[in-house]
Design a protein around this ligand. Structure first.
Ligand SMILES: [Zn+2]
Length: 464
């Protein structure tokens, strides 16, 4: 088997690959900072050079409104083998607060089996595993069991802004049988995780306009429907007594959780007490939507949250004002098959319905993103399960994330391909925080898994 030779090659060159990772991590590619534009260009070029050296073809920097996407491929769509599109990102989060780092964020340091540096886990180390896997195949057998396309962007930490258009414009070039993303962590130190779902999002601002200007409560109190009170009354009508979102039609297209998924969730250990006391710190958990477990509510069910209410007098002391207006900021996390634009329409209709005649209301949709759910029985997911087993010796759990990754839904919608979210990080990697790290053994376990994945994927597509 060619995977064995590739794994032996990667093992024999661990020192080299660690050095390569460190070189990549030294580039402070902070995508959100205008001061680091040159570093972003340097990181993109570094990747392109690496792709050339490995022997990929069509290596190019695809321009975007901000930072380029680095693209490179091996094989061709005409080959019998399936095609994998590997997605990752070379931009990193800012390093501040820098004084809380034990070692400088852009001087990678190996300590206790970890590489400490900004971007070690998110996502430079994880994305490199697939490039190492590709090189290991090419150096040992001269070919890779699958066709590969690398698509490494530089705007992930800015919400992958504009990526939908880039994917759309290059959809022919990006055509594939599956997309692979390694930008995630294990469930715990011993258990890999495959993320099969992400939630969508709609974010709104609702303006409530009452009187023409602020009024004295001694003169007008009793005559005016205070916009802040209206805001509170309207907010109270966004959930029902069972903790459900009260917008008519909101749940119409929600895919019910399968018995299989509910059963599986029940059996993945989850310490609710620890979650409440260590992560949340509120006096008690909210029971939320009736009929669903906590784990289901935070990942597989849609929710509505109020983020802010603006209006009236908020300084020290007192002022007996009836404010002229109030603003509510709120968002909803959506699940398949809710369509964000349809939900936006239903929300606006509901707001019109519950607006009293005493005020004028305007609703603004600030942003939206689609939800995504991958079929766990898809051959690419099964290949990932097998690859983890071979690479780390353990089987992954399937979980959804409650968060939103617009690019996942964009890939699925535009390329019509399943997205395999297989991470190699650990839950304590300190992503977006000081002292980010990646375990060296996770990195090389990731390389082994990536090597196996390519072979498992090729096998999946040839078996009936
Ligand atoms: Zn990331």
């Amino acid at each position: 088997m060619s995977s064995q030779a590739a794994i032996e090659f990667a093992n024999a060159h661990q020192k080299h690959y660690l050095q390569q990772l460190i070189e990549f991590l030294r580039i402070p590619s902070i995508g959100t900072s205008p001061a680091h534009r040159a570093d972003m260009q340097r990181a993109a070029q570094w990747l392109a050079n690496l792709m050339e050296r490995i022997g990929l073809h069509s290596v190019q920097l695809i321009p975007t409104d901000l930072h380029p996407v680095v693209y490179g491929a091996w094989g061709s769509d005409e080959h019998e083998a399936p095609t994998l599109l590997i997605y990752g990102h070379y931009d990193v989060q800012p390093a501040d607060p820098e004084e809380q780092w034990h070692t400088p964020p852009f001087e990678p340091t190996i300590q206790d089996g970890n590489v400490y540096a900004r971007g070690a886990s998110d996502d430079k180390g994880q994305l490199l595993t697939h490039l190492v896997a590709a090189e290991a195949y090419l150096r040992t057998s001269g070919k890779i069991p699958v066709n590969l396309k690398f698509f490494i962007e530089g705007q992930e930490e800015c919400g992958s802004f504009g990526m939908e258009e880039v994917i759309q414009q290059h959809s022919d070039m990006l055509r594939c049988d599956a997309v692979v993303i390694s930008d995630d962590s294990f469930w715990d130190a011993a258990t890999p995780k495959i993320t099969i779902g992400t939630r969508g999002l709609v974010y709104f601002e609702v303006d409530i306009q009452g009187p023409r200007h602020d009024l004295h409560s001694g003169t007008y109190g009793g005559a005016v429907h205070n916009p802040l009170q209206v805001a509170a009354e309207m907010i109270a009508r966004l959930h029902d007594a069972q903790g459900r979102v009260a917008i008519p039609g909101f749940y119409e297209h929600v895919q019910p959780l399968s018995a299989e998924e509910r059963h599986e969730l029940e059996h993945i250990p989850f310490d609710e007490e620890r979650f409440l006391h260590e992560e949340i710190g509120a006096p008690a958990l909210w029971p939320g939507e009736v009929g669903y477990s906590l784990r289901e509510r935070i990942t597989a069910r849609p929710t509505l949250e109020i983020h802010g209410i603006r209006g009236g007098f908020v300084q020290e002391g007192q002022k007996t004002v009836i404010p002229a207006d109030a603003t509510i900021k709120l968002s909803m996390r959506l699940v398949p098959d809710q369509d964000p634009l349809e939900i936006a329409r239903l929300f606006e209709e509901h707001i019109r319905r519950i607006t009293p005649p005493t005020v004028r209301v305007s609703v603004r949709l600030l942003s939206y993103a689609y939800p995504a759910l991958v079929d766990r029985h898809a051959p690419a997911i099964q290949a990932a399960v097998e690859a983890y087993h071979l690479g780390f010796g353990s089987r992954p759990v399937f979980l959804r994330t409650g968060g939103t990754l617009p690019v996942v839904a964009d890939f699925m919608r535009i390329l019509q391909a399943p997205v395999v979210m297989m991470g190699f990080g650990l839950p304590d990697d300190n992503l977006h925080a000081p002292n980010e790290k990646l375990s060296v053994s996770q990195f090389f376990g990731g390389v082994r898994t990536a090597i196996h994945f390519m072979e498992c994927m090729a096998r999946q597509s040839t078996s009936p």
